[in-house]
Design a protein around this ligand. Structure first.
Ligand code: SF4
Length: 422
């Protein structure tokens, strides 16, 4: 049984507020689905190109980014999406579209690629109420994942990633999705698992500036019966029951808990036939440092061609990275028994687990330290997962445990409007 994860033995990704590979652009709030785990109120409103440019200008002024996630809502709802992609590309940054894929056609994909698109992250899971895909399991949803994968591969030259929200009832299917991703290792560069979160209404009251607010009005403020505290370590345990050698290499910690894994990154070296191993922390450290030295930025999305360089990674990184060394040994052993494996390409594929906001028992927020998905609100960078709060209340909410909230509110109620104690 592998040892439990210790954050001190993994590489802490060097991403921070000012120097971060990603920024999160939302040209629209409109969406054609209503996913259970969505963070955004579905409003049929698009930003104008001038407003989009203003957000891009904020990123350019405040954040050293390598790529821009164009999200929403669903960005394919925006009729000026090719122009938005072109603007990001013109800034010398990688445009990545985050979409549910529903409005995607091959023709649109070609148009977006011609506008400068670098890749897509598809959000596909079994709790999106997709027409024709309701009541499917995560495994059954792989049929749809395959359709998007093959469409992107047929156009060529685009990175392809998948997001799935993980709920307590779908956690057990995560290893199946990793297996499917392994079968598509030449076409799918990244698989992302985002743990479900919502406001914890039973445990906390929510305040803004000392005033209690009704978070029921927020899309993530609805009463829930699901678990709200799934964590990355649990996901690793579930994966390791199927893949005992599964080994994360890098992470972002929480703002309150240094040993929590808010972004937990693993990267396999694999052929379409078989996974040979998982790169270690030193490889990831070398990759981030080298990219930064060369380009002046940290990296998250890389061109698909770079991820077909599994052999070069084995040859170049084995002297300093134990994970790569183990993968190289495993590949060399395989060549003895199945020499034709030498003919197969070796690919790199990332598996990422994201553990969004955790509200701790005292009500404090354990956010992702070095949040990559910062977006713009009122000219400032804010967490995209909580954008609805400043929009609705003018600021972020503070959670206060129920018992304390009651005690804090009572003295205020005991003061009459004229200031005299009642
Ligand atoms: S803090 Fe929120 S927006 Fe930022 S990476 Fe974490 S979950 Fe995403």
């Amino acid at each position: 049984m592998p040892a439990p994860l210790d954050h001190r033995s993994l590489y802490r990704l060097p991403w921070n507020l000012a120097d971060n590979p990603i920024a999160w652009l939302e040209p629209t709030q409109a969406c054609n689905l209503a996913c259970d785990g969505c963070y955004r109120k579905n409003v049929k409103e698009h930003k104008s190109l001038d407003d989009v440019q203003a957000d891009l200008d904020v990123f350019a002024r405040l954040r050293n980014v390598d790529g821009v996630s164009i999200a929403g809502g669903d960005p394919l709802m925006h009729d000026k999406l090719p122009a938005i992609v072109a603007r990001v590309a013109a800034m010398g940054r990688k445009p990545i579209i985050n979409t549910n894929g529903l409005a995607l056609t091959r023709e649109r994909l070609v148009e977006l690629k011609n506008a400068g698109l670098m890749g897509l992250t598809f959000h596909v899971d079994s709790r999106q109420g997709r027409p024709g895909w309701r009541d499917k399991t995560e495994v059954q949803m792989c049929e749809l994942r395959q359709i998007y994968t093959d469409m992107v591969a047929s156009v060529g030259g685009l990175a392809c990633a998948f997001n799935s929200t993980v709920y307590d009832e779908t956690l057990h299917e995560v290893p199946d999705l990793i297996e499917w991703a392994g079968q598509n290792v030449g076409k799918v560069q990244t698989m992302v698992f985002i743990l479900f979160r919502a406001a914890a209404l039973k445990e906390f009251d929510y305040f803004v500036g000392g005033t209690k607010v009704d978070v029921d009005s927020l899309v993530y403020g609805q009463p829930q019966t699901r678990r709200l505290d799934l964590n990355a370590r649990e996901v690793v345990d579930v994966i390791r029951r199927r893949y005992p050698d599964f080994a994360p290499c890098a992470y972002l910690n929480g703002t309150k808990e240094p040993d929590s894994f808010k972004w937990l990154l693993s990267m396999r070296v694999a052929s379409a036939n078989r996974t040979y191993g998982w790169v270690g922390p030193k490889f990831m450290e070398a990759a981030q440092a080298a990219y930064h030295l060369w380009n002046g930025r940290y990296v998250s999305y890389v061109a698909p061609a770079a991820l077909t360089m599994g052999r070069s990674v084995l040859a170049g990184a084995w002297p300093f990275d134990q994970g790569v060394r183990d993968a190289a040994k495993s590949w060399a052993r395989a060549l003895f028994t199945t020499p034709w494996e030498a003919m197969r390409e070796l690919h790199m594929q990332s598996i990422l687990v994201i553990q969004p906001i955790d509200t701790l028992a005292d009500g404090s927020d354990n956010m992702c330290d070095g949040c990559p998905d910062m977006t713009v609100h009122d000219g400032k960078l804010v967490w995209s997962c909580r954008l609805e709060e400043p929009r609705a209340f003018g600021n972020f909410c503070t959670a206060v445990p129920k018992a304390r909230a009651t005690a804090a509110v009572r003295p205020q109620l005991a003061v009459a409007p004229n200031g005299a104690a009642e």
